[in-house]
Design a protein around this ligand. Sequence first.
Ligand SMILES: Cc1cc2nc3c(=O)[nH]c(=O)nc-3n(C[C@H](O)[C@H](O)[C@H](O)COP(=O)(O)OP(=O)(O)OC[C@H]3O[C@@H](n4cnc5c(N)ncnc54)[C@H](O)[C@@H]3O)c2cc1C
Ligand SMILES: NC(=O)c1ccc[n+]([C@@H]2O[C@H](COP(=O)([O-])OP(=O)(O)OC[C@H]3O[C@@H](n4cnc5c(N)ncnc54)[C@H](O)[C@@H]3O)[C@@H](O)[C@H]2O)c1
Length: 487
Amino acid sequence: MAAEGDGIWDVVVIGGGPPGENAAQYAIQGTGRSAVIVEHELVGGECSYWACMPSKALLRPIELLGAARAMPGVRGIVAGREVDVAEVLARRDGFTSNHDDASQVAWAKGIGIDVLRGHGRLVGERAVEVTGPDGSVRVLRARHAVVIATGTTAAVPPVDGLRAALPWTSRDVTNLHEVPRRVVVLGGGVVACESALWLRGLGAEEVTVLERGPGLLSKSEPFAGRLVADRFAELGVRVLTGTSLESVRRDDPKDTGEGRVHGGAVHVTAAGTGITADELVVAAGRTPSTGDLGLGAVGLAEGGYVDVEDHLGVRGVAGEWLYAVGDVNGRALLTHMGKYQARVCGSVIAARAEGRAVDGPRFRASADHAQVPQVAFTDPQVASVGLTEAAAREAGTDVETVELDLAALAGSALLRDDYKGRAKLVIDRATDVLVGATFVGPETAELVHAATIAVVGKVPMETLWHAVPSYPTVSEIWLRLLESRGS
Ligand SMILES: Cc1cc2nc3c(=O)[nH]c(=O)nc-3n(C[C@H](O)[C@H](O)[C@H](O)COP(=O)(O)OP(=O)(O)OC[C@H]3O[C@@H](n4cnc5c(N)ncnc54)[C@H](O)[C@@H]3O)c2cc1C
Ligand SMILES: NC(=O)c1ccc[n+]([C@@H]2O[C@H](COP(=O)([O-])OP(=O)(O)OC[C@H]3O[C@@H](n4cnc5c(N)ncnc54)[C@H](O)[C@@H]3O)[C@@H](O)[C@H]2O)c1
């Protein structure tokens, strides 16, 4: 182990995604404390370059064209037209800064956070060994805290021939540079549904989604997956549910680079039948990036998600020095929830460094258990917060539900002539507060925050009668849901 160049910081963060950045920021801001982010790839993490940003940049033009096609007075202008693929990809590349993290590094340095390139690994209490891009090794010491923020990578299921076929993962499909003509998408979760949509929208002629479960978007209310599947049928995207991938063979697999077709035809066998495609996209969940993190050196089991308590401290490690935020703790694999944890974690580190108590609500992550908001930017969008009816019942809550067609409103009819959607509230009977809400329909993304406030604020349903939605907006669904409940 090299001693030369070893350094000491107040806070050492391993992983520079948005949660890692925010944990460092909150731990030192307004103080003279020091922090360093150790990043082995790009500061900004998966979200900025291979996940949220490129995926949403790809989806928006397709959504806009769909809306224009549905609007009398406008549809004639776009009739027979498709999106300009080159322009869409160029705009996507703008959102990912062409994989240049200079502005993120400048932001970090500007607020006093150092950035060190290299692979970080725990080697003992408050000690992180960093292997730099040139192979040099140094050990960083943390006076107060080490934060693990190493995220996840795409999981590749152990299916015969799958790895050898060099399939696309979320990295390729978000950063595609060519559009395969025939694509099979493995999985029916958010990554699969969003990417099937942009692949089709960008011109893929045959898109097949293979999901082993009974429906799409299985973590959502069942009508969400059904409405997305209906739209896929209209768009010509084939959905095979209850279908597990059995084997894969590829003619001449080649590592042609990210987002380029990786060789010849792919022959997929699923449920006994064969499908031939030009590319296979694996969107079958995530694996925590803990395989080479030195968890064993601090007495933890190697690999797996890192278990944390609500201060984001790692369970099983004494001394209040090791924390984990973001995807790597497995609590809620979403950027906004990782950043929320980071704000809590950074505040806890700051308070402990200053000898202050950490017993107020600001110092505990409470919203990432059962109050998580999420928007799947599918067509239609699926915007939800909190528990589904099934999850609430499974948790032992006696619930009442109300569910309505979202299309029967002036606001939604004005938005689109062909508006299709559905909304549902899940209410805890014992307390008469909302514990979950789902809105499925075009442009429902912006509808969900009102529900998040009601769920997190435990606003009594009685009080919601006085939260009057503006006319004519889609938010009027709140009034209809309350009316249909009859209270
Ligand atoms: C296709 C796709 C679309 C998505 N869209 C959305 C969305 O719209 N909204 C949303 O909220 N979420 C979305 N997500 C989820 C979101 O991307 C993640 O929740 C988020 O990136 C988690 O941030 P993180 O920092 O925990 O992990 P990551 O973003 O994975 O960042 C971890 C960082 O740690 C680095 N690292 C790992 N190990 C080490 C090590 N040992 N040493 C040094 N550095 C290391 C990595 O290089 C990386 O930069 C999407 C995910 C995918 C795959
Ligand atoms: N808009 C957003 O907020 C957004 C977008 C993308 C991803 N994300 C987050 O990223 C995370 C990962 O998403 P994801 O879609 O990769 O994972 P996921 O776990 O949500 O879905 C994976 C799906 O793949 C299926 N699957 C797994 N192995 C299979 C096999 N061998 N054959 C057939 N089907 C198989 C599973 O049944 C599951 O439905 C999620 O937590 C998600 O919330 C969020």
